[in-house]
Design a protein. Structure first.
Ligand code: ARG
Ligand code: ZN
Length: 867
């Protein structure tokens, strides 16, 4: 019995539900193995639905205990029920109520979808289709109901009982039980439902909204860890303030709760009034969390909070519209972080992650449109394309119509769709209405998979003082052109050229909505270097042949920080792909001048300039016959050379930043920037002189006062084989033996050591007492880090790296298909390897294909990867 390719659900087949559910009254009796759920559903036929259809309720792994219709037991011949669904053959064609009693086992729920337990805490995850693992339901986002939830549990087991909406009442039940009732007045789809029960500590504060509502905001964590929840709570308040200021969106309940749990399949979830988080994105103290952790906590708290409007008040009609809430909400959280931190530095980070995750996805077999048209398993579409390319589309829209019209369009979108389940068309219609523009060509961004290529070629005519720039777009799949906003300018030897005219430009942006165009600039006094795609104005690949000198002029002189950074990246990438010592030294000289001039003025930016393109980016640029060993060696020698040439300057930076970074820790962006530059300097010194680097890193480890510096030193040391490394790793492991989130960093550092012994190391670490196959964070730290961030060992020519990941996919699949499927996406670029590795990957993938009983999640990824 082989796993077949799972059937597809198609956008074109969307039909309104035959029935609607207006009210849901739940009574949940929490029990470790036999939780009983009584659901009273107020149903009615949908006037827009099929009047003759039976009523089919979704179910997954459910036991039906009882079923009543309007208070009377339903005769057996009137319905059919199984673990996977419930059908009423002859449902009433008028409003009616169904009472369903179901039973579930939260302790046995290893999929972490529906109701489960983690470290003794009951919690839920219902997106995308987990509510059907709690009760039978019309589990689709266009069915929106008002929920009242009564939760009952043993008081000692679950002293805290939380639900969606506002608390209504609570009290004792007998001697050792208690209950709480929650009511959520805002109609919502079932995927936003949540309950939590457990022993939890909390920190709280209050916030008064622009409408004068007093909101109690609380963050719940494992008791004893309250002192690590303060940063997340502060981020909640800043998010609330920001959404009022930036988008005019106030909060709409009396309480806003965030709960951190240990085992969670993803980052976090925006359940109405009750966000549930992976504890990695809540808990932070200077001794355990890095600057990057603080930034991620701030961003994800904001993301989930912003969903309250972009996702909850306005939700999605169906799962094909996922980008409607995710792309928009990522855009909103990016804007928030940019306002909280350095905007250019944040933008560079966004683009790095887009290129690292979304570009390869869009170039391989798992590519899909930002709005997919078909899926077998929706949980496999929470992708970089939907989220991050989805956010880029919103950003382009804002660039095209301008900030004011964008805000007006957002206001209109929220006003027109509040309380509705909307589509991408509804979103674009709001902007079309406020601008009077036809956005139908722009809408192609949602439909076309693949990364477009923008080619540019310039010609300077000194006699006419004229510069001509030819732009053209090439799309990976044939079809009408996309609307590409290209922000651009011309840079002369002394900086951006002034007195230049180009009528085709509007506010520094040219909109390329044709296959090609020619821009003419007049009054150009010297041969310019074009600075294209400033601030990364569109998610495309840019082909522009420039000399190193011209690129380095952009690094030195451009007014756009993104393109300054990009210029250094471009030179570095070409040196990784084809090394040349003369060019490398010229590059080092330019970096040196840059560092002398401004490293200490903007350390975070300088650290990014020093961070060369990753091996993954180099592989992505090669696109075929990738040999990760060759890329690794090339990048390493470039870094070694830069480290040697820049040694004195790097030591100068290290010394200059010592006083500021060794004082008391603060997670703010400026302090984090100083640490990142100092640690980048350390890493580059070590690349040039491993012996000196190891000594310096060891010293840094012994005096580090925060996790950022400690981990950076350990990561540097981990790249240098020897005693010092092994001792440091062992000491770190012992020191943080009781800190799972810190051990995750330790697992990941070891899993990404680019040496053949890493495979044995990983096998050894799977037997470490802190490792666990049932906690997704542990698996991601040890195995996904290896698969996604250790290119030479994952893609070993002997296939041993692929085989290791394949074994984990198989072992995980029966227990947690979502995590198994996500791990398998590491093979998304397998066809790009040279032929030995390609053959090894193919063998491994086909081996999994033969495994009987694969989950739909894994079968879907596998089928598409091999196709
Ligand atoms: N909506 C959540 C977020 O904020 C993520 C949910 C992911 N769900 C899933 N089944 N993968 O982005
Ligand atoms: Zn989201």
């Amino acid at each position: 019995m082989r796993t077949e390719t799972p059937p597809l659900i198609r956008l074109e087949d969307y039909r309104p539900s035959a029935f609607l559910i207006d009210r849901v009254d739940l009574d949940i009796r929490l029990d470790p193995h036999a939780t009983r759920i009584t659901a009273d559903l107020a149903l009615r036929p949908n006037p827009d639905g099929d009047p003759a259809a039976p009523l089919h309720l979704d179910g997954d792994d459910l036991i039906l205990v009882a079923i009543d219709l309007d208070g009377a037991a339903l005769p057996a011949e009137d319905f059919a029920a199984g673990p996977g669904g419930l059908t009423l053959h002859r449902p009433p064609r008028r409003p009616f109520t169904l009472r369903l009693v179901t039973q579930v086992d939260p302790t046995a729920n290893t999929k972490l979808m529906g109701l489960y337990r983690t470290d003794g805490v009951y919690c839920t995850q219902c997106e995308a289709d987990g509510f059907r693992r709690i009760t039978y339901f019309l589990d689709r986002p266009d069915v929106m109901a008002v929920y009242t939830t009564r939760i009952e549990a043993r008081r000692d087991e679950a002293p805290v009982l939380l639900g969606n909406g506002n608390p209504v009442e609570s009290g004792p039940v007998g001697t050792d039980r208690h209950y709480a009732v929650w009511h959520d007045p805002h109609p919502k789809p079932a995927y936003l439902f949540a309950v939590v029960g457990g022993r939890l500590g909390k920190v709280e504060t209050s916030f008064r909204t622009m409408e004068g509502r007093d909101v109690t905001c609380a963050v719940y964590v494992e008791p004893g860890k309250e002192d690590r929840a303060g940063y997340a709570l502060d981020a909640v308040v800043r998010s609330m303030e920001w959404d009022e200021r930036a988008f005019g969106r106030p909060y709409d309940l009396d309480v806003f709760n965030v709960v951190a749990v240990a085992a969670f399949n993803m980052g976090a979830m925006e359940n109405k009034g009750l966000n549930i988080f992976n504890d990695k994105y809540v808990l932070a103290a200077p001794e355990t969390a890095t600057d990057a952790d603080y930034a991620a906590i701030e961003a994800i708290i904001a993301h989930e909070y912003f969903h309250n409007w972009s996702g909850n008040r306005v939700t999605c009609r169906d799962w094909f519209q996922l980008c409607l809430k995710e792309g928009l909400t990522v855009f909103r959280d990016q804007e928030f972080s940019s306002d909280m931190r350095s905007r250019p530095v944040h933008r560079i980070g966004e683009v790095r992650s887009l290129r690292a995750r979304q570009f390869p996805e869009d170039a391989g077999p798992l590519k899909h449109p930002v709005r997919p048209t078909a899926y077998a398993e929706i949980n496999n579409f929470y992708t970089a394309t939907v989220y991050d390319k989805g956010a880029e589309i919103v950003r382009m829209l804002k660039t095209l119509i301008g900030a004011e019209a964008f805000r007006a369009g957002m206001d209109r979108y929220f006003a027109e769709n509040d309380g509705r389940a909307a589509t991408v068309e509804d979103f674009l219609a709001a902007f079309a209405a406020v601008t009077g523009r036809d956005l139908s060509a722009f809408a192609r961004w949602y439909e076309r998979p693949g990364t477009p290529r923008l080619t540019a070629e310039g010609r300077y005519d000194p006699a006419a003082r004229r510069y001509t720039l030819k732009l053209a777009q090439t799309l990976p799949v044939e079809g009408p052109p996309l609307v590409i906003p290209v922000a651009l300018g011309l840079v002369g030897a002394g900086g951006p050229l002034t007195g230049v005219t180009c009528p085709a430009l509007d506010g520094g942006v040219f909109v390329l909505d044709r296959p090609g165009a020619e821009l003419v600039f007049e009054g150009v006094a010297e041969e310019p270097v074009p600075s294209l795609l400033r601030d990364f104005s569109a998610p495309v690949r840019l082909d522009l042949a420039l000399s190193d000198d011209h690129r380095l002029r952009l690094l030195a002189r451009d007014s756009d920080p993104f393109n300054r950074w990009q210029a250094a990246q471009d030179v570095a990438l070409s040196l990784i792909l084809a090394f040349d010592p003369v060019r490398a030294d010229a590059f080092a000289q330019a970096l040196g001048t840059f560092l002398d001039g401004e490293a200490l003025a903007d350390p975070a930016f300088a650290a990014l300039v020093l961070a060369l393109p990753t091996e993954g980016e180099a592989a992505d640029a090669l696109a075929r016959d990738v040999d990760p060993d060759a890329i690794h060696a090339a990048r390493r020698s470039l870094r070694a050379r830069l480290g040697r040439v820049l040694r004195a300057r790097l030591e100068g930076i290290d010394a200059a930043l010592a006083p500021a970074t060794e004082g008391a820790y603060s997670p703010d962006a400026a302090s984090a920037g100083r640490r990142s530059l100092r640690n980048a300097a350390l890493d580059l010194i070590a690349a040039g002189d491993p012996e000196a680097g190891a000594a310096l890193a060891t010293r840094r480890l012994s005096c580090a006062t925060n996790m950022t510096d400690r981990l950076a030193a350990l990561a540097t040391l981990a790249q240098i084989p020897g005693e010092a490394r092994e001792e440091a790793l062992a000491a770190f492991g012992e020191r943080f033996a009781a800190e799972p989130l810190v051990l995750d960093k330790w697992f990941a550092i070891q899993a990404t050591i680019p040496e053949p012994e890493t495979l044995d190391r990983i096998e050894r670490l799977t037997r470490h007492p802190a490792f666990s196959m049932t906690n997704p964070n542990r698996v991601r730290a040890l195995v996904a880090s290896f698969a996604m961030a250790n290119p030479t060992q994952f893609a070993r020519a002997d296939g041993a790296g692929f085989a290791l990941v394949g074994r984990f996919v198989r072992a995980l699949d029966p227990a947690n298909p979502q995590v198994a499927a996500r791990l398998l996406t590491a093979f998304g670029s397998w066809r790009r390897y040279e032929k030995t590795r390609r053959a090894a990957a193919s063998e491994m993938l086909n081996g999994i294909k033969g495994v009987p009983g694969l989950s739909r999640d894994v079968a879907d990824i596998l089928g598409r990867t091999l196709q």
